[in-house]
Design a protein around this ligand. Structure first.
Ligand SMILES: Cc1nn(C)c(C)c1/N=N/c1ccc(/C=C/C(=O)NO)cc1
Ligand SMILES: [Zn+2]
Length: 370
């Protein structure tokens, strides 16, 4: 079993500035300049741990290439692609579309490289070059809709890769599992009416985008039932996530029968993340990965590809990413998560009744898929 790993130094050069991303610098309001939450550090530190741990020698290195305009426009309107290209040519760059998602001069090329990286990783899995793969790409993508970028995302990297597999006849039935703590609205919107693509988002209820990712968002037309949303209550821990994956995600994958499973892998549901309030741990992500690998082994020869999304704790994202890559590759580095005794010790890590109620409702709705 071989695991592909895709990274490029340029992903660390995507420049999101010092306006935090949520509110601008404003001395009179006490807002001192602070690097944007979506900055290079969490990703470069994850890459650094993959190297320092020795795991890198057990992975197949994959190199990204820029997505072409044609490939980007399989998902995005030409106007969006053109505007990003134009603003990227300005001395100070521009914004993905919501005023919260800046990029510097040349940001188009880096965002196109991220989307192209998702294509490269997906093709490496479909061709059998590797069994599974992790694309450590930046900027993230799962909030970007066909019309615009938003939520720190410029192009919908994973959706571009899925559309590429379909357009080139490499796959038609594709399942997307989004465990980022924020709703995967962009991916969902892209495939809202496509019955060939199942999108499942497990997120903290109503964090971002506002009023997005409710239980009753299930797809439209022939695709009714091929979008699944599980808006978990704040404070959900490993027990809740394992229950969602065991009772909703894996049964939905079994019912859908994908040719490949794609994962929007954000680590902002971790107990250390500044932008949300869940309690996931590195070992929790390891277990979710193992559940998805078991399903992929049953359904599609183990074909599984992950694109990196959010996750904003420089201290903890590296350990979460390492745990996922150890599971994917089957190689243990011996590095222990130093935070595990702390986070696993939190009261409430087990599934709670009010969390189970949400999962029961999601499971009942997902039954329609079968
Ligand atoms: C500002 C603002 N104003 N208001 C009312 C709201 C609700 C605002 N949140 N903005 C946010 C909050 C979180 C993200 C995270 C993205 C991510 O990690 N995705 O995976 C992006 C934008
Ligand atoms: Zn997120």
């Amino acid at each position: 079993m071989a695991t592909g790993y895709l990274w490029h130094e340029l992903f660390g050069w995507h420049d999101t500035g010092t306006n935090t991303g949520l509110f601008g610098s404003n001395p009179a309001a006490g807002l001192q300049p602070l690097q944007h939450f979506e900055n290079a550090e969490t990703k470069t530190r994850m890459n650094s741990l993959v190297g320092a741990s020795g795991l890198l020698e057990h992975l197949v290195p994959l190199a990204p290439r820029p997505a072409t305009d044609e490939e980007l426009q399989r998902v995005h309107r030409a106007a969006h692609v053109q505007r990003i290209r134009e603003e990227s040519a300005l001395p100070k760059g521009g914004d993905a579309g919501d005023g919260l998602s800046p990029f510097g001069h040349g940001g188009f090329e880096i965002a196109a490289l991220a989307a192209g990286g998702a294509i490269v990783a997906a093709e490496a899995v479909m061709s059998g070059q590797v069994t599974n793969a992790y694309a450590l790409i930046r900027p993230p993508g799962h909030h970007a809709t066909p019309e615009t970028g938003m939520g720190f995302c410029i192009f919908s990297n994973l959706a571009v890769a899925a559309r590429h597999l379909q357009a080139t006849g490499q796959a038609s039935r594709i399942a997307v599992v989004d465990w980022d703590v924020h709703h995967g609205n962009g991916t969902q919107a892209t495939f809202w009416e496509d019955p060939e693509v199942l999108t499942i988002s497990v997120h903290q209820d109503n964090v971002f985008p506002p009023d997005s990712g409710a239980l009753d968002e299930q797809g439209a037309g022939a695709a009714a039932g091929t979008a699944i949303n599980v808006p978990l209550p704040a404070g959900s821990g490993v027990g809740a996530y394992l229950d969602v994956f065991t009772r909703v995600v894996v049964p939905a994958l079994d019912a859908f029968g994908p040719e490949i499973v794609l994962v929007a892998s954000g680590f902002d549901a971790s107990a250390a993340d500044p932008l949300a309030r869940q309690m996931m741990t590195a070992n929790g992500y390891r277990q979710l990965t193992e559940l998805l690998m078991d399903a992929a082994n049953r359904l599609c020869d183990g074909r599984l590809m992950m694109t990196h999304e959010g996750g904003y704790s420089p201290a903890y994202v590296p350990f979460c990413g390492l745990a996922v890559l150890e599971a994917l590759s089957g190689h243990q580095t011996g590095i222990e998560d130093p935070f595990d005794p702390i986070f696993s010790g939190f009261a409430g890590q087990e599934l709670q009744p009010h969390q189970a109620e949400v999962i029961d409702a999601a499971a009942a709705l997902a039954q329609q898929l079968a």
